[in-house]
Design a protein around this ligand. Structure first.
Ligand code: SAH
Length: 237
């Protein structure tokens, strides 16, 4: 048998064998889990804003948790991210994002970057996101992660978010993901007319009230209680 014939036979065998069976691809598995998460944990529980649902389908949550927890990323729970902090349950992220009524032209402030996940969800919807994290190591990791994933409309700053980010104010929306006992007045000052702020307010390590404050064009504030929640404490420098 000539070399050429052997080669033909080999090729024929490969062709007959057909394409390789699909390998279990972890990114596909994560994508499937993510779509399932949006359907069962988010849409079925009443979140209807299309942009919010689309954002949760788009952001690879498994890239925002420690590697060993990647397979838990799409489960219905908060997860530890180190430094005694947590990434919120997906439903809470979706709920807060919808509650702050994000618009594509908005400039948004987040206090409590943590993993960077909430910032990424916002960044899928709005023009620009400014986010502040008090734990230096978390701020650094989140910045690297968001850069790698291509979120170039997110700016991460390390520091105490109590004072907000006056150089970038006013903000159309503000999301606070740690619970202060009272609404920080500087954040309210930095809300634009027509702006919305969503934050948990209440005692440390107990149940807090997720609260929305809306600033009217004349500067007056409307305050609504949205639901009871449990967040990590808002720390001060
Ligand atoms: N949004 C985050 C959830 C983070 S948990 C995510 O999507 O992963 C709340 C975060 O707020 C923690 O990382 C905590 O360190 C941070 N934090 C607490 N007090 C803060 C403050 N005063 N200023 C900025 N960040 C604060």
């Amino acid at each position: 048998m000539t070399f050429r014939l052997a080669l033909l036979l080999l090729l024929g065998t490969l062709l007959l064998a057909g394409p390789c069976p699909a390998q279990p691809d972890t990114s596909d598995a994560h994508e499937q889990a993510r779509h399932e998460m949006v359907r069962t944990q988010i849409a079925d529980r009443g979140i209807t804003d299309r942009a919010v649902l689309e954002a949760l389908r788009a952001v690879p949550r498994h890239r925002f948790v420690p590697d060993r927890l990647a397979d838990w990323a799409y489960t219905d729970r908060p997860l530890p991210i180190g430094h005694e902090q947590t990434i919120s349950q997906p439903y809470i992220v979706a709920f807060m994002t919808e509650a702050v009524q994000p618009d594509s032209t908005d400039r948004v402030l987040e206090v409590g970057t943590g993993s960077g996940y909430q910032a990424a969800v916002l960044a899928e919807i709005v023009d620009s996101v400014y986010t502040i994290e008090i734990v230096p190591a978390l701020a650094r990791t989140a910045r690297t992660r968001l850069d790698r994933l291509g979120y170039d409309n997110v700016t991460v700053r390390e520091g105490d978010g109590y004072a907000g980010w006056p150089e970038r104010a006013p903000f159309d929306a503000i999301v606070v993901t740690a619970a202060p006992q009272q609404v920080p007045p500087p954040l309210l000052d930095q809300l634009a007319p027509g702006g919305r702020m969503v934050l948990p307010v209440g005692p440390v390590r107990e149940v807090q009230q997720l609260t929305r404050l809306t600033k009217a064009a004349d500067g007056s504030i409307t305050r609504e209680r949205l639901m009871p929640v449990r967040f990590v404490p808002f720390q001060r420098d």
